[in-house]
Ligand binder design. Structure first.
Ligand code: PBG
Length: 333
């Protein structure tokens, strides 16, 4: 007797019945860029279909997302002015705080997450306080080095301000050691013990962030992020990073980017079965698909759904993706 796997592929109904991994719009977290620098929407050239939005347009976009069945968004802010310490990030009237308040007032059921990093707010484009730029200079550390503990102090303050604005989840993305603990302590002390932290726990120093840096205007003016983000060759180290963040109080883990790191997603899922895991389908991954689709070289809908399914199959529960709105519409058929 021959084993015939094709028996279960005979009809669309049979195929759907035995499908192991399914996609749902409710698994997506849609990134949104809010700008204080413009009264009108500004397209991002390297990310067709994604725009920097002024405050009122952000509310409309959040409403559209919710109507499409998307449960969560994550906000990135482009402030009116940047400085060495990224002060807009911690300002109660900072751009992201205003966006959170406006969105929560209009669409209270939408889970609003806030990216918690300084790179969009610093004039040098780095994720924290850079050695030498605010007076203090440690000669033992390299030029452009992001000072760990000084940065954590600021991140902890930003987390509280984001919580006060009404954020449902804060998401530290800067890969500072001990950031989750510093943020957890500050939130608890400020009366936000109930507020979850989604940590960008395994974030690699990746070429795939290029378009995002155009979008958030956060390209480092010198140096790069290799002294805090992970080396692309390391998978076991990701488990060390996750374990630390879990011990510090992370509630959701993340692997970022997704496509070149599906093995890391898989290993994370196996090692931390008890925690929700997010994968970040980043800007460069989005741009590649869009560029090939615009040339007519691939079928965008098929490829996007296949990629997102692959991320879920690898072990991600949640996917941060710029395809969220399109994919949600395609899934509804
Ligand atoms: C840092 C941050 C970055 C991204 C998300 N949060 C940029 C970076 O680390 O340089 C990249 C996301 C993407 O490429 O889609 N705040």
């Amino acid at each position: 007797m021959m084993d015939r796997p094709r028996r279960l592929r005979l009809t669309p109904q049979l195929r759907a019945l035995v499908r192991e991994t399914t996609l749902d719009a409710g698994d997506f977290i849609a990134p949104i860029f809010v700008t204080a620098q413009s009264k009108t929407a500004r397209p991002i050239t390297s990310m067709p279909g994604v725009q920097q939005l002024p405050l009122d347009a952000v509310v409309a976009e959040a409403e559209t997302m919710a109507r499409a069945g998307i449960r969560a968004i994550i906000l990135f802010g482009i402030p009116a002015a940047k400085d060495a310490t990224g002060s807009d990030a911690a300002a109660p009237e900072g751009i992201v705080q205003r966006a959170v308040r406006a969105i929560k007032a209009a669409v209270p059921e939408l889970v609003v997450m806030t990216d918690l990093c300084l790179c969009e707010y610093t004039d040098h484009g780095h994720c924290g306080i850079v050695n030498g730029t605010t007076g203090k200079r440690d000669p033992r550390l390299p030029e452009g080095y992001v000072l760990n503990d000084e940065t954590n102090e600021i991140l902890a303050r930003v987390a509280v301000v984001q919580a006060q604005a009404g954020a449902d989840v804060v998401a530290p993305s800067g890969m500072m050691d001990g950031a989750v603990a510093a943020i957890r302590d500050a939130l608890d002390a400020a009366g936000y013990a109930h507020l979850p932290i989604m940590s960008y726990s395994a974030k690699y120093a990746s070429g795939f962030y290029g378009p995002f840096r155009e979008a958030a205007q956060g390209t480092p003016q010198f140096g790069d992020r290799s002294s805090h983000q992970m080396d692309p060759g390391n998978a076991r180290e990701a488990l060390r990073e996750h374990a630390l963040d879990v011990s510090e109080g992370a509630d959701i883990l993340m692997v970022k980017p997704a496509l070149a790191y599906l093995d890391v997603i898989h290993a994370t899922r196996e090692a931390f079965p008890e925690l929700p895991l997010a994968a970040y389908n980043v800007s460069g991954e989005y741009a590649m698909v869009k560029a090939a689709a615009q040339q007519g070289w691939i079928d965008e809908r098929r490829v996007v759904l296949e990629l997102l399914t692959g991320m879920r199959r690898a072990g991600a529960d949640l996917i941060l993706t710029y395809h969220a709105k399109d994919a949600a519409a395609w899934l509804r058929g």
